[in-house]
Design a protein around this ligand. Sequence first.
Ligand SMILES: NC(=O)c1ccc[n+]([C@@H]2O[C@H](COP(=O)([O-])OP(=O)(O)OC[C@H]3O[C@@H](n4cnc5c(N)ncnc54)[C@H](O)[C@@H]3O)[C@@H](O)[C@H]2O)c1
Length: 802
Amino acid sequence: MNEVKKNEVSSSCMRLTVSSSCMIHPDALLALLIPSTMTILQTKTDGQRKRGLNENPFNFVQLFRKRNEDKNYKTNRAENKKENREERERRRRRRRDFHLSISSTTFSFSSILFSQFSPSSSLWICCFHFKLPNMASSYTPKNILITGAAGFIASHVANRLVRSYPDYKIVVLDKLDYCSNLKNLIPSKSSPNFKFVKGDIGSADLVNYLLITESIDTIMHFAAQTHVDNSFGNSFEFTKNNIYGTHVLLEACKVTGQIKRFIHVSTDEVYGETDEDAVVGNHEASQLLPTNPYSATKAGAEMLVMAYGRSYGLPVITTRGNNVYGPNQFPEKLIPKFILLAMQGKNLPIHGDGSNVRSYLYCEDVAEAFEVILHKGEVGHVYNIGTKKERRVIDVAKDICTLFSKDPETSIKFVENRPFNDQRYFLDDQKLKNLGWSERTTWEEGLKKTMEWYTQNPGWWGDVTGALLPHPRMLMMAGGLEKHFEGSEDEKPASVVSTNTQMVVPSAKNTSTQQKSPFKFLLYGRTGWIGGLLGKLCEKQGIPYEYGKGRLEDRASLIADIQRVKPTHVFNAAGVTGRPNVDWCESHKTETIRTNVAGTLTLADVCREHGLLMINYATGCIFEYDAAHPEGSGIGYKEEDKPNFIGSFYSKTKAMVEELLREYDNVCTLRVRMPISSDLNNPRNFITKISRYNKVVNIPNSMTILDELLPISIEMAKRNLTGIWNFTNPGVVSHNEILEMYRDYIDPNFKWTNFTLEEQAKVIVAPRSNNEMDGSKLKKEFPELLSIKESLIKNVFEPNKK
Ligand SMILES: NC(=O)c1ccc[n+]([C@@H]2O[C@H](COP(=O)([O-])OP(=O)(O)OC[C@H]3O[C@@H](n4cnc5c(N)ncnc54)[C@H](O)[C@@H]3O)[C@@H](O)[C@H]2O)c1
């Protein structure tokens, strides 16, 4: 029989004793606990009570183990006595009136605990403390640090608090990653109670410095890598920012010891997928079962927050929110992406069949929820910020089509699904409602406001082509882009804090409406053919770029370049190819190794260390026709094939480095072959070369038309594509076919003589590779890519036609 006795009541708590001579059903316990804001403070077994042993009330595993050890109690008694005394003392020192909300972990342990003991087992006494809501709070925030507030949600929160609470000082810390925008904070920037600091939450020195110098008493922690699609790529960035970054903040709170509230912003995704037919949403005590790397890092961060609350008494509150939408959101996320695509008259790509369900809250409502939690939230508690209203992704797309008067039948395109796409996140939103919050904005109203904002601010984000792709992979930036407050009438500089971390000093008077490029390229290979062409292309496309000054093999000089240029992407078109041809490498082997192997690897490594993507112009001259890929068969070498041509020292070094670069997930290797451009005077151009030779072999090969493919390599950088790519136009063309075109388009009198491969071998030092590369991977990514012969005519011979 279970008996619940109320045996102690104070102004803020009452103690209930649950005595049980039989097993308490966990569901009954659950029903008892959920409506309350209860904290388990003490749990004792008979044996422990007899011995006066105060166990850690939360460590049920330890409790259970201890109880089993009771059997050996007598024999171990003397030994245990000393240990128990020490333990008792340690726990006595640590015990305090902490209020840990009942977490899923606690529940599962309580379930185990209660089901482990049969009705006939010894008497259990569990003492529960019920904390009565809203009775203990005399807290008023003064100096609030908001992390990640140049991003979406936190910018609304910061602007709201700055506007509504002139007595609060709001300090914003953001590293200005790709998804942030200082313009999001324009409403606050001239307010005396607002301060922006550019910096990384992962920098302990900076965080400690800020907490102390700004006398921070409250932290609202939003900064994170937030895009699930990205987390399927470079998930280490998520661990670094979301878990490590949170840990640094928590440690700074511990060290400085002045924080009265730490509001940790988590997500509904930590609960994992909700069953399609579930009618009850995840409540705050539900188990955390994240399914993707993003949500796993968010759950990991939550565990640290909980641990700091428990271990050091940090007054923590955690929120878990549904999807948020509205102005200021970076267009990689569904709603702004669909709006921008619809504005551009493009199709709306839907992952999978669009049946996934999401719950959406308007940003202003969410900002209000944070205001309520800041003032009324109970320390130690978790609050879902949710809505019961759910929408299928396909219906969101249809609603956006309707707003833009587009036909959903023709405007919606179904694309490949994510590796894992949760069907539904359904939250129980009652707990926050009990604090007095409820959503105000209807879906129709919110979507209309959002659509109007994006149509009025089409250039808010600059060039976001990459983000509008079906599966965008934006690059998380180590240093962040230098960005400025722009576009407001009043350009008075916001406050900045001077530390050794790079800070943004908002621009001086600048009323220019010119859009800033979100990219900055660092190029290596200035004096080379491809490197030179890349610079010209960047100029043409308005992409800021600089050439690297460092030598590839000199690590320090590369780091200096990156610190100076602060690039978003690095392009390596530097390397030793030999002048006038690759024969040079046969007699300059160490120089070839230094640049092509040591240099390329050093650059890749430095880029990786700085979270940068490196586009590497490599070569396809590492294959030769063989029995499995015979000449004329149409069977080309694929990206995963291992090099089989090391006849020349040049090819040997390139094959070695390509193999090693496979270990670098920040590198995009482009296998260029026999490059051709429309500049027929350039001595490096394959056509120029063969049209000047006395004799030429005649063998089909895959080749790269630079006029078409170099812009594609820039697009690949914007899409943050990595891995190995055959970077040739699909198909093959023979020497004679090219020379025939040359005769037809350029010089009707042109004649040439062929010789055999054996004859050629006598006049060259190193053997040359001949092969066909399989171009299907590139063609799939860029369906408009022309075959080699089409591209030769369109990009090389037609423009040079005489
Ligand atoms: N957007 C949603 O629908 C949603 C839903 C639930 C929970 N959340 C959570 O809310 C928070 C904010 O989400 P959002 O959509 O506004 O994100 P966002 O991607 O728009 O903004 C994140 C901000 O954090 C900054 N940042 C990232 N790493 C940083 C670091 N190491 N140091 C300093 N700044 C850093 C970025 O520069 C950016 O300004 C996140 O913690 C997210 O997990 C978002």
